[in-house]
Write a protein that binds this ligand. Sequence first.
Ligand SMILES: [Zn+2]
Length: 447
Amino acid sequence: MPLTVRARILQTPAPDRLEALEDAVLAVGDDGVIGAVEPAGSPAGAALLAGDPAVVTAPPGSVLLPGMVDLHVHAPQWPQLGTGLDLPLERWLFEHTFPLEARFADLAYARPVWADLVAGLLAHGTTTAVYFGTVDVAATTALAEAALEAGQRAFVGRVAMDHPEGTPAWYRDPSAAEGIAASARSIDEIRARDAGRGLVAPIVTPRFTPACTDGLLRGLGSLAARAGTLAQTHASESDWAHAQPLGRFGRTDTAALDGFGLLRRGTVLHHANHITDADAALIRARGAGVAHCPLSNAYFANAVLPVRRLLAGGLAMGLGTDVSGGASPSLLRTAHEAVTASRLLQDGVDRALPAAARGVPGSAIDTVLGFWLATLGGAGVLGAPVGLLAPGRRFDAVLVDTTSRRGSLRVYPELDSPARVLEKVVRLASPPDVLGVWVNGRRVVGG
Ligand SMILES: [Zn+2]
């Protein structure tokens, strides 16, 4: 069904630019593609309004935003969200995370969790999610089914990991060959479920190089090229995760991934906190990008990613919640955390140092840039035509009610300019304020 929506739009067409369209009309085609965005008072806008007897008119005080693009979600970690973050990474993985992920081979356990996760993220306005599934093919296919069922745009990856030193015997691929075959089967199954709708796509997903043998990494690089999929993995997340591949391969994690054919157009490198300038240039040259996960990084990364500097160098970047390494399912909250982390980097944190030696000047970002990362930045990494409400892009959108009083969001029209409204939405909006969510022109929350 074609759709016409009349609303106040707030969005960020560039990293440092807020666009406020006070009374706009959007026309969305049957295919979910936005055909036109016009001022309601213009002749073109009036014609769009007159041409549709069932215009969806957003209530006064509401704002329509492009949907959030979460570049990094570990789907099977949903049940442990909010816990375990004080442990070192290895203990967190072996004592909590791997045992939990292994449970999802039982589909009776997996299906209700998948459904709850997808609904939970949609309620927060996440219209596109890039998922790590589990090692199990059937469980990962069921995750793709859950996204399709709820109408969420998603990239779903079967997790490949076979290294006897980085993974437990009871939760890994038995061999590189079997891992590659399982990932190939997962790609076929997910494509069969999507059946050409273009909503849910497979993504080749080695967990991270320390968990994978060379043979598995090489085979997955070939598979991604052969099957024409995107790829994702963690890269140089912490001091250890940067140093370990450097010792093993004699080059950086990013350069090693490139050597295995895994640094492709649209590849998402998660965290990437310790990448070198040469790594950043290589990522850019390959058309890949980075998922910045500020909340998780505070616990596991040993450093703050210099977002402002990397963006200035042309690196493609978006945001990831990193459920459950990050303890919030909200990408708006994550944008706020990105701002907070950048401020700590700018000023530094050790008061024993003189102020001039404490931080990294020029590092601060604001909520406009945070929101851009959460929307168009992430879309750009994936090459997905979302993240902005503009002709030619898919209508993935979130309608936030700033008058609901159900959450903590409060807007005072006599005080709040569009820039302040966006600041408040980024810092304070939560599911009780969300009136509606659309993906590909279909309403999936509210209505
Ligand atoms: Zn992760």
